[in-house]
Ligand binder design. Sequence first.
Ligand code: FES
Length: 142
Amino acid sequence: MSDDIYREIILDHYRNPRNKGKLTDADVTIHDSNPLCGDEIDIHLKVEEDKIKDIKFEGRGCAISQASASMLTEMILNKPLSSVKNITKDDILENIGLMNLGPARIKCALLSLKVLKLGMVKYYSDRDPVAAKQVRDDSKLY
Ligand code: FES
């Protein structure tokens, strides 16, 4: 796909975010921000039978951070935690079609992944300490 198509997809997700809002019965809610610019993301996860049964996000900030969050929710809805915990930064950059971002914009694109991984650490912390440690180590990479 051309860069223009990716740009249009990002703008579409920014203007019409998927899965935006709160989950009142979430198993985990987690918040974080990009300290450089203050952009914020909250992720609410509902987990059933080891799957992401529902996910919503709230946030404010640049088009890339918000579109990336919207795209991430679509990517992981109904997926097993065992595969979601292995999502990498390259999976996200490939998903949004921006493999050649500068360091500052990479932080924008990865903010929602960082929040998701922090949420998974919280979810796993009293259920599966080994998985919690693995995800915590991964989340330090962003
Ligand atoms: Fe802050 Fe994009 S400018 S995350």
